[in-house]
Design a protein around this ligand. Structure first.
Ligand code: C2E
Ligand code: MG
Ligand code: MG
Ligand code: MG
Length: 284
């Protein structure tokens, strides 16, 4: 089926995979088997309101739980999944899994958003919008509690198609976030045309807040612009107390990052949510 030059694989074959003894030529075959054997697992990283200190959502982040090699990072297989088209069935499974989990949380009395990453090839697949509609109907979750994260490059290529798709998704009722905002095109004029609700400020700007004044200027500017365009801002990759303090001073609404929590399996998040509740109740 695949007649890819070894060079293409070489590019995608990271040191980490090599360390784990995974042969790049076998990776595609392994990915196919992993789909059949259901070796993919979603971890969830909470997002917090900086005004209420409560969880407002979680981002679903896929991991490959390889029976022999252990946990494999998405950075090591999403690119190949994209290149081979396996991201289409994989992305389908990820959305189903996220919806099933959301349904469980709703039944347990928690109402927060689940954000699901969508890669470029998935977004541009002809069946994408129908797939999203189908999954939401089948698993019966409120579309308003599902957010899809796309990157700037996903929407900036084939702008007309992207506009139509984003509008169709909006009609379904899901919300759209631009992931890793600020590092790619930043074609600001499109922010108004596209029906998007959220900008996730890329981790690299947040990481530099402590050391680089220029990053403060950039984050302030994005924040101010978003406010005027009526877009929600999420600061990604908050790791330190001082980054958080500065974001609060800026009146940034939402944040996620290792400072609060790493991505964790759903079960661990549940304990975490319950802990948060206890704290909130005893503190009031
Ligand atoms: P992303 O969507 O921008 O996800 C954020 C990444 O930053 C995650 O890495 C997360 O674990 C990491 N992160 C969060 N907070 C911090 C922090 O405070 N410090 C640091 N250093 N890192 C932090 P992860 O889980 O390895 O995912 C990497 C990328 O893989 C994602 O970037 C996304 O582009 C892609 N990805 C992950 N899950 C999926 C998925 O289900 N579908 C698709 N299509 N892509 C996915
Ligand atoms: Mg993301
Ligand atoms: Mg991101
Ligand atoms: Mg990213």
């Amino acid at each position: 089926t695949m007649k890819k030059s070894e060079g293409a694989y070489q590019l995608l074959f990271s040191d980490q995979l090599e360390e784990k003894g995974i042969n790049p030529i076998e990776l595609e075959e392994n990915l196919r088997k992993a789909l059949i054997n259901e070796e993919f697992e979603l971890y969830y990283q909470p997002q917090f309101s900086l005004t209420t200190n409560k969880i407002v959502g979680v981002e679903a982040l896929v991991r490959w739980n390889h029976p022999v090699k252990g946990l494999i990072s998405p950075v090591d297989f999403i690119p190949l999944a994209e290149e081979t088209g396996l991201i289409i069935p994989l992305g389908h499974r990820i959305l189903i899994e996220a919806c099933k989990q959301l349904k469980i949380w709703i039944q347990e009395g928690h109402t927060f958003k689940v954000s699901v990453n969508v890669s470029s090839r998935q977004f541009h697949d002809a069946t994408f919008v129908d797939m999203v509609r189908d999954v939401l109907n089948t698993y019966d979750v409120p579309p308003s509690l599902i957010e899809l994260e796309v990157t700037e490059s996903t929407t900036m290529h084939h702008v007309e198609e992207a506009l139509a798709k984003l509008n169709a998704l909006r009609e379904i009722g899901v919300s759209i976030a631009i992931d890793d905002f600020g590092i790619e095109y930043s074609s600001l004029s499109y922010l108004q045309k596209f029906s998007i609700q959220t900008l996730k400020i890329d981790r690299s700007f947040i990481m530099g807040l402590d050391d680089h004044e220029s990053n403060k200027a950039i984050v302030s500017a994005i924040h101010a612009m978003a406010k005027h365009l009526n877009l929600t801002i999420v600061a990604e990759g908050v790791e330190t107390e001082s980054q958080l303090a500065w974001l609060k001073e800026l009146e940034c609404e939402y944040a996620q990052g290792y400072y609060f929590s790493r991505p964790v399996p759903a079960g661990e998040l549940k304990d975490y949510i319950d802990d948060m509740r206890t704290v909130a109740v005893s503190g009031s």
